[in-house]
Design a protein around this ligand. Sequence first.
Ligand SMILES: Nc1ncnc2c1ncn2[C@@H]1O[C@H](COP(=O)(O)OP(=O)(O)O)[C@@H](O)[C@H]1O
Ligand SMILES: [Mg+2]
Length: 246
Amino acid sequence: MKSQSKLKINNLSLSFEEEIIKNISLEVNQEEIISIIGPSGCGKSTLFNIISGILRQNKGVIKIDGIEEKKRQGKFGYMFQEPLLFSWLKVLENVMLGYEIKGFKKEQAKLKAQDLLKKFNLFEYANFYPDSLSGGMKQKVALLRTIAFNSSILLLDEPFGSLDAITRSSLHLYLLEIWKKLKLTVIFTTHDIREAIFLSDRVYILSKKPATIIDCLKINLPRPRKTEDITSKKFVELEKKLISLL
Ligand SMILES: Nc1ncnc2c1ncn2[C@@H]1O[C@H](COP(=O)(O)OP(=O)(O)O)[C@@H](O)[C@H]1O
Ligand SMILES: [Mg+2]
């Protein structure tokens, strides 16, 4: 793993009528997976909206690859808890859309989308409509569409939050496989302690609103990670540590 800074945030703050984000600084290195964990309503999605350029901070600097970026729209792959797939488009067309928005012509987008679906085991669903897929499958498609649009830095906002535990755990392995193959840099938000530990290299812990960073926990578990790791002594120790910090 390279330790080159991909995203660096310094002293970020945002207030509406009340203060939401307070003096947040964090850094994500190339090919790292970091999680941001914090209670519901603390400001995780707001933080992502600022990072991705949808909202504007009152204070603070955001650097991508070491350079301050004030216009950040389109520079991230941003995925939400809801799959937000277009129901009238087939799986293939939904993924193509990612490439088309990025600027590829339809034919090229189609080839690239087919490739991506093949590479990550969804090609047999290419001609399915989203409504015929399970929740977990929809999120897999949404993840690939996000990657098609922009995979340089992925912002995943509680992407598996509405799935049952078994499906979620299979999606974790799916994400880690893609991460490894495509050498992604991932920022993940969650309020699930195990999810944060299982996926991450480091976990940033947020306070309740206004969100500040309480601590950052290094997850020194070996990779590749396996589902049964969550019962290991080391994992349970990290879990206890995280609970005590939250
Ligand atoms: N556009 C907005 N105007 C005013 N308040 C907002 C706006 N967006 C979010 N908030 C407030 O910011 C807080 C954090 O919300 P959010 O970032 O969605 O939290 P989380 O994702 O951690 O659950 C909430 O209290 C919400 O009411
Ligand atoms: Mg949220």
